[in-house]
Design a protein around this ligand. Structure first.
Ligand SMILES: [Zn+2]
Ligand SMILES: [Zn+2]
Length: 135
C-alpha cells in the first residue's frame, strides 16, 4: 500500500495496489503541467485509489474533452489525471507519492519534444511517442 499527498497536505491519498507503466513524458503538455523537464506518470486502478480532500482543494483542468488533470488549488500540486474513455484507471503523478515504491520507470517518451536544455542522461529506452504496447 502506497501513500501520497499534495504539497500543502490538504489532499491525502492511499493506493491499495501498485503502479504500472511508469514513464517520463517529455511532451510540452506534461512539461507545462509539471513545471519541470518532464512528468513522471504511472497507471493505477481507479478502484485502488482512496483520496481525502479535507479542505476541498481538489480541482481539475480539462486539457481536452474528457481528459481531466486533477491538482490542488491551494498549493498547485498535480495529483492525477482521468480519461473519460478509460474510467477504470487513472494516471498518477508519481511525485505526489510519499512512499517508496518497488516499480521502476520503463522509458522516456516523446523525446523529440523535450526541452532543449535537458540532456536525457538516464539509461532508459527513448521513444518518439508512447512506449510500444501502450493501449
Ligand atoms: Zn495542496
Ligand atoms: Zn506528456
Amino acid at each position: 500500500m502506497y501513500k501520497g499527498s499534495c504539497l500543502c497536505g490538504s489532499i491525502q491519498f492511499t493506493l491499495k495496489g501498485g503502479v504500472t507503466d511508469i514513464i517520463h513524458c517529455h511532451c510540452s503538455l506534461c512539461r507545462k503541467a509539471s513545471g519541470s523537464a518532464y512528468a513522471t506518470n504511472a497507471f493505477i486502478n481507479a478502484d485502488d485509489f482512496e483520496l481525502t480532500d479535507k479542505d476541498n482543494t481538489l480541482t481539475y483542468y480539462e486539457s481536452s474533452q474528457g481528459k481531466r488533470k486533477y491538482f490542488c488549488n491551494k498549493c498547485g500540486a498535480p495529483i492525477y489525471s482521468a480519461n473519460a474513455q478509460s474510467p477504470e484507471r487513472y494516471r498518477l503523478r508519481l511525485g505526489a507519492l510519499d512512499s517508496d515504491i518497488s516499480e521502476r520507470p520503463i522509458s522516456h517518451n516523446f523525446v523529440t519534444l523535450k526541452a532543449n536544455w535537458e540532456d536525457l542522461d538516464a539509461e532508459l529506452p527513448r521513444y518518439e511517442k508512447y512506449e510500444p504496447g501502450r493501449v
